[in-house]
Design a protein. Structure first.
Length: 278
C-alpha cells in the first residue's frame, strides 16, 4: 500500500490521471492525499470534482482557498471572479451532492507522521494548536451557520492570531493561516499581499520583517513534517527538509507533482493549458 500526495489540481484532471498511471496507482490498495484547491482556473473543474468524489474512499483531502470560494459562490454570498472556471459545477445536476461532500472535508489532516494543510501553519502554533483551530472552522462549515461564515470569511484582517479573538474574526484569521498564508513575521503577522518568491517591498514606515512561514527557525512546527500547496511561485522549493511544497503551478504552465510519503520520491509532469505537455 502506498500513499501519494498531490499538489494543487485546480481542475487540471488530465495531468492527475497521467501521474496516477505513471506510479501505477491502485485504488484497491493505494491512497491519494490532496492539498486542496482541487478546482478553479483550470479547464475540467466539474470532471475533477466528480473524479475525486468517486474515489473518496481512497482519498484524503484538505480544503484550499479556491474550494472555499466555490462554496461561497454556490451559496450566493460571493460573486464569481472573472477568472473563475466554476460555471459547470454550479449548473451540474449533482452539484448539491458534490458541494455537500466538499463542505465536510477538513482543513488539516494528520496521519503517519505527516501534517497536511493547504497553505501552512503560523510560527506561533504547534500542530496540535492548528488541528484544534481547524476543527473550529470545520464545525461551522458543517453547521447552520455555514453561509454566514462563507459570507464573512473574506478579508485580510485580523492579521495576527490572538486567543482573545471571537466569532467571525477568529474564524477568518484561522482560515487565512491555513488556506491563504505565504509570508508572515516571526510572531505570525500575515502579509497576504505578497505572492511571489520574494515578498513585496514594505510600505514606508513599516519595519516588520516577513519571511515564508516555513523559514522562521523558531516556529513551533520546525520538527514536524508538513505537506502543503498553495504557493506556485516557489515551485515546491523550501529551505526546510520537513516542509514539502507540492504546488508546482500546473494551472499556470508549470507542473503537477505527486509525492510518495513512504519513499520521499517526487513524480512530476510539465503542463500547458491544463494538460501534460507532449
Amino acid at each position: 500500500m502506498a500513499i501519494y500526495a498531490v499538489g494543487d489540481i485546480q481542475g487540471c484532471l488530465q495531468p492527475l490521471k497521467h501521474l496516477l498511471k505513471r506510479v501505477q496507482f491502485n485504488p484497491d490498495r493505494d491512497t491519494l492525499w490532496s492539498v486542496g484547491d482541487i478546482v478553479n482556473r483550470g479547464p475540467k473543474c466539474l470532471k475533477t470534482l466528480r473524479f475525486l468524489y468517486d474515489m473518496r474512499d481512497n482519498l484524503v483531502m484538505v480544503l484550499g482557498n479556491h474550494d472555499l470560494h466555490l462554496l461561497a459562490v454556490a451559496a450566493g454570498v460571493r460573486a464569481p471572479s472573472p477568472s473563475d472556471t466554476l460555471d459547470k459545477i454550479l449548473a451540474a445536476p449533482d452539484r448539491d451532492k458534490l458541494l455537500n461532500w466538499l463542505t465536510h472535508r477538513p482543513l488539516l489532516h494528520y496521519e503517519h507522521g505527516y501534517t497536511m494543510v493547504h497553505a501552512g501553519i503560523p510560527p506561533q502554533w504547534s500542530v496540535e494548536d492548528a488541528m484544534h483551530r481547524a476543527w473550529e472552522v470545520e464545525a461551522v462549515l458543517q453547521s447552520p451557520d455555514c453561509i454566514t461564515f462563507l459570507a464573512a470569511m473574506y478579508g485580510n484582517e485580523p492579521a495576527v492570531w490572538s486567543d482573545e479573538l471571537q466569532g467571525m474574526e477568529r474564524l477568518r484569521v484561522i482560515t487565512n493561516y491555513l488556506t491563504r498564508m505565504r509570508y508572515c513575521t516571526k510572531k505570525g503577522v500575515l502579509d497576504l499581499l505578497s505572492k511571489g518568491p520574494v515578498p513585496n517591498p514594505r510600505p514606508e514606515g513599516d519595519s516588520k520583517k516577513v519571511s515564508p512561514w516555513f523559514s522562521h527557525k523558531k516556529r513551533k512546527t520546525a520538527g514536524d513534517r508538513i505537506i502543503f500547496g498553495h504557493w506556485a511561485s516557489i515551485e515546491g522549493v523550501t529551505d526546510s527538509p520537513n516542509t514539502i511544497g507540492l504546488d508546482t503551478g500546473c494551472v499556470w504552465g508549470g507542473a503537477m507533482t505527486l509525492y510518495n510519503l513512504d519513499t520521499g520520491e517526487r513524480t512530476s509532469c510539465a503542463c500547458k493549458n491544463g494538460r501534460c505537455r507532449a
